[in-house]
Write a protein that binds this ligand. Structure first.
Ligand code: ZN
Length: 263
């Protein structure tokens, strides 16, 4: 049951022998770049202790500025700062649903943020299991906000998937049974938890939840149920040696917020 939540563990992560973005081992002559996972800019200054840093190739690091800025603006709302309209990377910030007196709050327009979150998941996988994550595309991230698309002049909200309820419940149960793998960094303002679950076809999947501050409250929780960030992926390497199988004990775990893995 790997857990990364101490200075010692963070220091070991920073010495990983391979680049979590491409999977290649560093050669003795290479000087890796230090990559903050998630980006340091999203955390308030007082929360920047317990930094989670992984080594990467400079060329793999790439330009993540749009995704970083979106994440930073989003989290800044939780620090009490709101971006100026012309700088706002969020497209549905103040949409009002017909018949509702509440603004729909933040909804997500899909293009830049999921890859940024996915990159963090790859980093957590590499650090927890000392293994590069390759997925064959079998991966899904659900952000903690309603997801929307423009259709003509209307905003159309995408339905919540059954998968989101299942992942959130399995993560809550596994936390109680203490069978989850975990990273807690930036003063506990970033928490990642995951479990490994075998499908009926015998394939191992990782179910994960990610909490940045209390970002489950940023979405529209008046018109939609409150939801956490959850997801699922399949590694082509199968379940890592260190990956913990989720609890098999069948018990119910009632909560007011069934879509929130951290409820
Ligand atoms: Zn690389």
């Amino acid at each position: 049951m790997p857990v990364i939540d101490t200075q010692n563990a963070f220091q070991n992560c920073a010495k990983l022998s391979f680049c979590y973005l491409c999977g290649k081992e560093f050669t003795p002559s290479e000087k890796p770049t230090r990559d903050h996972v998630p980006p340091r800019s999203i955390f308030a200054t007082k929360d920047r202790l317990d930094a989670f840093i992984l080594p990467v190739h400079d060329k793999c690091n790439g330009d993540e500025s749009v995704g970083d800025e979106m994440l930073a603006q989003l989290i800044a709302v939780l620090h009490g700062k709101h971006p100026k309209e012309r700088h706002n990377k969020w497209k549905f910030g103040a949409t009002k649903l017909p018949g509702s007196k509440h603004s729909s709050g933040i909804a997500y327009n899909g293009c830049d943020l999921k890859p940024r979150v996915w990159r963090c998941i790859k980093g957590f996988h590499a650090a927890l299991y000392n293994e590069y994550l390759e997925t064959n595309g079998h991966a899904n991230v659900h952000l903690p906000f309603p997801e929307a698309q423009w259709e003509g002049n209307e905003v159309k909200y995408l339905p919540i998937l059954e998968q989101q309820y299942i992942i959130a419940e399995e993560l809550r149960k596994s936390r109680i049974a203490k069978t989850n793998d975990r990273v807690s960094c930036y003063q506990g303002k970033c928490v990642y938890e995951c479990i490994w679950v075998k499908s009926d076809a015998g394939i191992w999947f990782c179910m994960f939840g990610l909490r940045l501050y209390d970002w489950e409250n940023l979405g529209d929780i008046h018109n939609f149920p409150k939801r956490g960030c959850v997801g699922i992926y399949h590694s082509i390497e199968g379940r890592p040696t260190l990956g913990t199988a989720g609890t098999l004990i069948d018990f119910s775990c009632p909560t007011e917020h069934p879509l929130d893995p951290f409820a």
